[in-house]
Design a protein around this ligand. Structure first.
Ligand SMILES: Nc1ncnc2c1ncn2[C@@H]1O[C@H](COP(=O)(O)OP(=O)(O)OP(=O)(O)O)[C@@H](O)[C@H]1O
Ligand SMILES: [Mg+2]
Length: 525
């Protein structure tokens, strides 16, 4: 069952990660592996014949090369050329999957919209890294199985009786291998959760830096972080040991058994050098099979998580507010909307109905936690209603909120962000900065980010950005919460001259002139 789940997940994920053309890569890889293994057997035969004159059969190609020895270095050269070409192909395969998956994962996380920064980093770097590793392990496994078949067939041809005896021993080795793979899978699961916890702990410290400093809880926080790292170290070490033991186990046990047979049983007297060479290669290949199986099992948990993310997004396509030309005097019409957040049972809105008239200025008030910001999310299309419809006469929205919305970029790029179609000259931008009194000195090239501007400066930049867009509908959510009195008055004057529709969520309606005041409680039932 587990194996079935595994392959259905793999198949599911392959639809998204642009793997189709990569099947060619798999075929190329198998082709090189075949050539490389064939030449390898030839080299073993030539060496055996050259040194002992005793090999398991007559091969014309061996005779030809031995009588034209200058061909021998060419065979060796070709064997390793094919080996490296295969490696090159595999590296390319892994890196291109890695790239595609990272882009794909970021888009999925964006669509989902509920992942923290640490989770996002974790998914984009760790999870998609492991999933691409999963695919390269799969190629390695297929290659090792092909190699196994080639060496096995050669040994069947060379000495079937001896091979039969060794195969029985080989089957017995399967049990410890199964045990080791299960163990490794368990460690991989623990390692996944611990790694995720660790990135969460980093975010916890960075997010609450100020509080941690003020309350002097830094030692406790660092201790927790170190404890998780210590635990991870133990698990990773154990997993690495299990992986290494599993990879070398076939080699170790077969060599040990051979040494026993040579020491105590005469059965191996008829052993030829080429058979021995073949056995060594076969056993190495079994080691590779074990190692790629362990890698596959280790990446399984990441494959599952990514599949889960995609499945949870399936109903979650980008939501667009319907643009309607039949709204007459209305700017926005909300009809029969129910809404609850995904991870909650509680409906914030039930049968929400409202019509915002065109070019009127609304103020929305109400106690904390009653759904004002949620309403703004719904009317801007950031949140999707569970049922009901939202229509708008235009898709030209702008938004100013309480939180800092500054990109790590120049002042200019921050002001004109999202306004690519319009060209603004530096003079206009500077005039805006001057009239809003954002900086002491106006330098449009100055690099800023969320931490290098004050909360009030950030709100002023958001206002300029919103006004430059000349929106039809302006959404404001505690948009002046960080501004000084003079700036609030200035902004109120600007808003009074704004000819479009304003929906302004605020706890300070007295700071604004408005046409209509709505209590959020009147909209919900
Ligand atoms: N992302 C979220 N996931 C789950 N519940 C949420 C989420 N965001 C808000 N809520 C819940 O939805 C309710 C409404 O929140 P909202 O932010 O809309 O309130 P608000 O009226 O804007 O409050 P405030 O005046 O404090 O800004 C709250 O009970 C809140 O706990
Ligand atoms: Mg709010």
């Amino acid at each position: 069952m587990k194996v079935l789940n595994f392959f259905s997940e793999l198949n599911f994920l392959s639809q998204f990660s642009n793997l189709k053309f990569k099947k060619t890569r798999l075929i190329i890889s198998v082709f090189f592996v075949n050539l490389s293994a064939g030449l390898d057997i030839l080299i073993i035969l030539i060496f055996s014949k050259f040194f002992s004159d005793q090999i398991s059969g007559d091969y014309w190609i061996v005779e030809t090369i031995l009588s034209n020895l200058y061909l021998f270095p060419l065979v060796v050269f070709l064997r390793f050329t094919f080996f490296y070409l295969d490696k090159l192909n595999q590296i390319n395969f892994k890196e291109s999957i890695n790239k595609d998956l990272k882009v794909f994962t970021l888009k999925e996380l964006y669509l989902n919209g509920r992942y923290s920064l640490s989770d996002t980093f974790f998914y984009v770097n760790n999870v998609s890294g492991h999933v691409s590793y999963f695919y390269s392990s799969l190629i390695q496994l297929i290659n090792s199985l092909v190699l196994f078949l080639i060496y096995f067939s050669f040994l069947v041809f060379a000495d079937i009786e001896l091979l039969f005896l060794m195969s029985i021993i080989g089957l017995l080795l399967f049990l410890p291998t199964r045990f080791l793979i299960k163990k490794s899978s368990k460690y991989a699961d623990i390692s996944y959760t611990t790694n995720k916890k660790i990135v969460g702990e980093i975010q916890r410290i960075i997010d609450n830096l100020l509080l941690i400093k003020v309350l002097k809880t830094n030692n406790k926080e660092f201790e927790g972080f170190e404890k998780s790292l210590k635990y991870l170290k133990i698990i990773e070490t154990k997993n690495q040991i299990v992986k290494d033991v599993n990879a070398s186990f076939p080699n170790f046990s077969i060599t040990l058994i051979l040494s026993f047979l040579i020491a105590f049983v005469s059965i191996l007297k008829s052993l030829t050098l080429d058979f021995l060479g073949g056995v060594i290669r076969l056993v190495q290949t079994v080691g590779q099979i074990n190692s790629s199986l362990t890698s596959l099992v280790n990446s399984r948990v990441h494959l599952e998580k990514l599949t889960k993310l995609i499945k949870s997004n399936e109903s979650n396509t980008d939501y667009e507010i319907k643009i309607s030309s039949t709204l007459d005097s209305n700017a926005l019409k909300i009809s029969g909307v129910d809404f609850k957040y995904n991870d909650s049972e509680y409906f914030i809105f039930k049968n929400l109905k409202f019509e915002f008239q065109k070019n009127k200025h609304y103020v929305i008030v109400g106690p904390n936690g009653t759904g004002k910001s949620t309403l703004m999310g719904l009317v801007s299309g950031v949140l999707r209603p569970n049922i009901g419809a939202i229509e708008s006469h235009s898709d030209n929205f702008a938004y100013v909120g309480a939180n800092s919305l500054i990109f790590e970029d120049s002042v200019k790029e921050n002001l004109v962000y999202g306004l690519a179609e319009k060209e603004f000259d530096n003079k206009t931008l500077k005039e805006y900065l001057d009239s809003f009194k954002v900086f002491e000195e106006n330098n449009l090239d100055r690099l800023i980010d969320n931490h290098s501007v004050s909360s009030g400066q950030s709100q002023k930049i958001s206002y300029i950005r919103a006004l430059l867009k000349e929106p039809e509908i302006l959404l404001l959510d505690e948009s002046t919460s960080n501004l000084d009195e003079e700036s609030k008055i200035y902004i109120n004057t600007l808003l009074n001259n704004f000819s479009g529709t304003i929906i302004n969520v605020t706890h300070n309606p007295e700071d604004f002139d408005y046409d209509l005041k709505i209590n959020i409680g009147d909209l919900t039932s």
